[in-house]
Structure formats: structure tokens, C-alpha cells
Design a protein around this ligand. Structure first.
Ligand SMILES: [Zn+2]
Length: 567
């Protein structure tokens, strides 16, 4: 924070001639006339800048001031702690040039380069970058105070950037001093490399797991854990301390669970990380959830659902009242689908509220609330409170207890559309679970609109997949793995959904004494189990491997073997 304020102050001094910040703040109603007078008086006696005083007095947050300055200048302000660098760019742009032109290339994706520079109008600096990166089409410029930029050059260029070398330098620094220096550059660089790499490879989680003498670093990519590297356990305490500081956790506390979060700018966008510690016999285990909006919140059409199913879902969310439940195992993408639907509803003059535990992605124009158990606020109470806010649509992160189930149903029966998730394998499981939670099955008709079960299947790598002949002359596809797919044989995932619309045909079952068995019969008659159908189609046209379908669905659900014989 200190370095942020220092850099902000430096830049503010430089732009003082351009913006009269106190007038601006007052004009926008961000500070009152009285507050402005207080600040002006204080400035004369203390010599501090207006914006620093406004933050100190608590009139306005630092973020808000930054936004104003950024809006006025048209550029963002560069904070070395928050902008993580894509280290591969440093190899292509020598340190001498960075120092000569006061510029650092931070990241480069598609044809846009994010750069930190002291003078955003310095054409020679931009020309020089263009010479080294001919594919640059646009720049996103972050302006930096000279001393901040020079320190950043020192940090970025002065230390090795391969994992191997960083681990080596961790070793050296350890020998040099016995103190826990958490601001040490090799620790920062190690975390920079791990975080940037995780975002680049679209990992959903980063696992840092202590074992007897070493720490394993792994990524979860497309649902599968993959090893990145390991290092000796002596470095662990310093890395844990650094991560805890970044996430606002207590660094002394090592025996209790802790959870926190932090955000960084990576590849030109803001990425959130949610961190949780868990004490084990060898030290604290740390898992970091990567919340990259770029991949986390997708438009409906990017989920990979069938055209027909998309239409059904879009129709369902237009209903004025009722409940739609999404289910599937952990990591099946049900929450992503839920939020894509909310994105779709956003533009429709509807008042949308969410209750989450905790908020994962911030979405503009909807009202999101994190459940604060510490403050004694429960999911059910949250729903009760939202009902007093005149909502049209309520998104409930997950129904876990009786009280929440009851409240959610009450909301869906009183003129609101309720979207939620439940931990169950399939549609029948959802009905079963809701009845377990004390919902009478006679309430289901006309209130429970639909149940959507979802799975994510990994797609075969386009570069290395090959056609093979199976038994009975049926072709199938197989991917051995190549550099492109990190030797996994798969790249990217696609959502498969099974949507059960609970229309009048189900009413009889719900009103009977044994709803579940009747329901099972109706589903059988109507040939519900579209998973099987979809999966077989995907195997046949070579998008998904048969092994993957077996992994996701197990053998009872799908007769993959019937398709290929006993290969
Ligand atoms: Zn491949």
C-alpha cells in the first residue's frame, strides 16, 4: 500500500497542472465543500497532496481517486505489485533499451501490448517497442513515476526468470540471512511466474502442498491436477508469509484455516485469486482459486451447449416466476452456466439479486451479496432480505439446508424467478434431495420449472488426434499428446446438459404417494438421458475420446463398449 501511495503521489504532482483535483472531486460530489476546505487548510500546513489527504481523512477511497486520475489522463497508473509481467517478453526486449526509453513491456495478447512508461507520448519509445515486436497493433499504456519504473526494471531484469534459476536464487538468499524476508525479489518472482503461468494455461486452481521434505506445486487444468515443480520445504515459510500478506491474512497464525483473496493485472486484465490455507502435519497446505473473468464468465454460446438446449434455457429464464435448479458434481461448470444466464438477463430491465458464498465474479448492473457467516447472516435470511428489495430474479449460489430450501421455494411461489444449484448427480437426485430438505412434492408442479444436470468433457487436442479403426469397423479418435496440449491429448472443455422440463406430465407423479418411482418411470418412457445420446455423437464425430466419456459418466450410465466392442 505504501508504495502505491508513493507512486500515486508522484504522478499526481506531475499532473497537478493538468487537473485541479479538489475542484474535480467537489464537482463530482465526491467530497463536500466543507471537506474541500478542511483538506485545503491541511495541505497548506502539511505540504501533502490533496488526494493523499482525502484518502487519509477517509473522504474517498484510493481506488476512487485512481479512477478519477485515470479517467482524466486516459491511462492507468502502473503499480509493480499489481501488474504481473509476462517474463517471456523480457528476453525479447533488452534491459538497456528499457532503461534508455523508460518503458517496460508487461504483456502481449492478440495484437495489444500493455506497457508501463513514464511519458505516454514518447514516440521513440513506442517505435523501439514496435521494432522488437512487429505484431503490435495497439498499446494499452500505464503511466509510471520514474523511480517506480526504474525499481521495476531492476526487479524484472535483475533476477532470473526460469523456475529452476529462481529456486536456485531462493537457495542462495537463504544462506545469506536467517531472517524471513518476505519482500525478497526471488520470492516475488517465483510467485509472479506461478501466477502468470497459471493464468496463461487457464488453470482453475493452484495447489501448493507441503510433503515431508518438499513442497509440490500443481495446477488443476480442465479438471485434472498437473505437476509444475517442487522445491525444498525450507523455503515454504517465506512463500506462505508472502502469500498471506498479499491476501490480507494473519501471518503468525499457522494452526487454523484461513481464507483471503488478492488481485493482480495479468495479460492486461484484472485477475482475482482466492486463497485458502489448511494446516497439515507438514505445514500449511495452500490452494489458490484462479478467478479469471475472461474465462470464468462466458457468453451462453461459448459454453458448448447444443443449439436446441440453448433455446430451451433462454425460454426458461424468461418465465416470470418459478425455480430452475442446476446440478452436477463439483467442477461440472454449473455455476458458470448460471452466471452466463444472468448475463443474458441483465439487459432486460429486470432487477437481479444474487446471494453467493463468496462472490466469485463481479458483474456490473446486478446486485451481488456475499454471505457473511461471521456477521451471523445466513442464506435464508439473505433471501428474506432480498424479497424486501423488490427483485425480479434471485440467484442463490447453492441450496444446502432446509431453511434455505424453504425460503427459496417461497420466493419462487411469490412472483420471482429463482435460479440455484444443488449438489446432486441428476434430475431425480435433485427431487430426492429437495424432498429430503422438507419440500413437499405437491409444491413442485408449476413452481419447479426445470432441472438441468451438467457435465464438462475434455475435447481431444485438434493437433494430435488421429483416427483409428475399432472393432466392428467403427472409427474412433485417439490423441497421444503433443507440445500444443502439454502432452495431455486434450485441450479445452465443452458442457453437456440434460434438461428436464417439469411440465404437466409430471404433475400426477408429484401428487401421488410415491413420486420418485413414478417419476423414474416417466423419465424412462420419455427417454430422458440425453447425456448418453450427446456423448455418443461426440465420440463418433471425433470431438471427445471414449476414455473421457467413461471417466466422466462411468460405465453404468453409458454403454461406450457397445459402441466400440472390447478394444
Ligand atoms: Zn495435442
Amino acid at each position: 500500500m505504501k508504495s502505491d501511495l508513493a507512486s500515486l503521489e508522484g504522478i499526481a504532482k506531475k499532473v497537478e497542472l493538468l487537473i485541479n483535483i479538489d475542484d474535480l472531486l467537489e464537482k463530482r460530489g465526491l467530497i463536500s465543500l466543507d471537506q474541500k476546505k478542511v483538506v485545503e487548510r491541511e495541505r497548506k500546513s502539511s505540504g501533502k497532496t490533496i488526494e493523499k489527504l482525502c484518502v487519509e481523512f477517509g473522504f474517498i477511497t484510493e481506488t476512487a481517486i485512481n479512477q478519477i486520475i485515470e479517467e482524466h489522463l486516459g491511462y492507468e497508473i502502473f503499480y509493480p505489485e499489481k501488474y504481473l509481467i509476462d517474463q517471456s517478453l523480457l528476453n525479447k526486449f533488452p534491459r538497456a533499451l528499457a532503461e534508455r526509453f523508460y518503458v517496460i513491456p508487461l504483456s502481449f495478447s492478440y495484437n495489444t501490448m500493455v506497457v508501463a512508461m513514464v511519458d505516454p507520448f514518447d514516440l521513440r519509445a513506442l517505435d523501439c517497442l514496435k521494432e522488437h515486436f512487429p505484431k503490435i497493433g495497439h498499446y494499452k499504456k500505464c503511466i509510471a513515476e520514474e523511480s517506480v519504473l526504474m525499481a521495476a526494471i531492476d526487479r524484472y531484469y535483475g533476477y532470473p526468470w526460469t523456475l529452476e534459476k529462481i529456486l536456485e536464487s531462493l537457495e542462495k538468499n537463504l544462506k545469506g540471512n536467517n531472517e524471513t524476508n518476505v519482500e525478497e525479489p526471488s520470492i516475488n518472482n517465483f510467485l509472479n511466474i506461478v501466477l502468470v503461468d497459471a493464468v496463461k494455461r487457464r488453470a482453475s486452481d493452484i495447489h501448493l502442498s507441503p510433503e515431508k521434505n518438499l513442497i509440490q506445486v500443481r495446477y488443476r487444468i480442465d479438471g485434472i491436477l498437473q505437476s509444475l515443480c517442487c522445491f525444498h520445504a525450507v523455503h515454504w515459510s517465506r512463500i506462505v508469509a508472502r502469500l498471506k500478506i498479499m491476501s490480507g491474512l494473519d501471518i503468525v497464525e499457522t494452526r487454523r484455516f484461513q481464507a483471503g483473496s488478492f488481485h493482480c493485472f495479468i495479460k492486461g486484465r484484472e485477475v482475482y485469486f482466492r486463497l485458502a490455507t489448511h494446516p497439515t502435519q507438514y505445514g500449511e497446505n495452500i490452494v489458490i482459486r484462479v478467478l479469471d473473468r475472461y474465462y470464468g464468465v462466458k457468453s451462453l454460446s461459448d459454453l458448448g451447449l447444443e443449439e436446441k438446449q440453448l433455446k430451451i434455457l433462454l425460454n426458461l429464464i424468461q418465465k416470470p416466476q418459478g425455480m430452475i435448479v442446476f446440478c452436477g458434481p463439483t467442477g461440472c461448470g454449473k455455476t458458470t452456466t448460471l452466471f452466463s444466464l444472468v448475463e443474458e438477463l441483465k439487459g432486460t430491465h429486470k432487477n437481479i439479486f444474487t446471494l453467493e458464498d463468496p462472490i466469485e465474479y463481479r458483474i456490473s448492473k446486478i446486485h451481488q451479496t456475499s454471505i457473511q457467516k461471521k456477521l451471523g447472516m445466513s442464506m435464508a435470511e439473505g433471501i428474506k432480505s432480498i424479497l424486501r428489495q423488490d427483485p425480479d430474479v434471485i440467484l442463490i449460489g447453492e441450496i444446502r439446508d432446509e431453511e434455505t430450501a424453504q425460503m427459496a421455494f417461497r420466493a419462487s411461489m411469490t412472483g420471482h424467478l429463482v435460479l440455484t444449484t444443488l449438489h446432486a448427480q441428476n434430475g431425480l437426485g435433485v427431487i430426492h434431495r429437495l424432498m429430503d430438505l422438507g419440500i413437499k412434492s405437491s409444491l413442485f408442479p408449476s413452481n419447479l420449472l426445470a432441472v438441468v444436470s451438467q457435465r464438462l468433457v475434455r475435447l481431444l487436442c485438434l493437433r494430435c488426434k488421429q483416427k483409428r479403426k475399432g472393432s466392428r469397423d467403427l472409427d474412433y479418435y485417439w490423441a497421444e499428446g503433443c507440445e500444443e496440449c502439454s502432452y495431455l491429448g486434450s485441450q479445452g472443455r465443452k458442457a453437456l446438459a440434460d434438461i428436464i422440463i417439469l411440465d404437466q406430465e409430471f404433475e400426477e407423479a408429484f401428487l401421488s404417494d410415491s413420486p420418485l418411482s413414478l417419476l423414474r418411470n416417466i423419465l424412462k418412457l420419455k427417454k430422458y438421458n440425453s447425456f448418453q445420446e450427446h456423448a455418443q455423437k461426440l465420440i463418433q464425430n471425433g470431438m471427445v475420446g471414449a476414455e473421457e466419456v467413461k471417466r466422466i459418466f462411468g460405465l453404468e450410465d453409458l454403454h461406450v463398449d457397445l459402441l466400440f466392442g472390447d478394444r
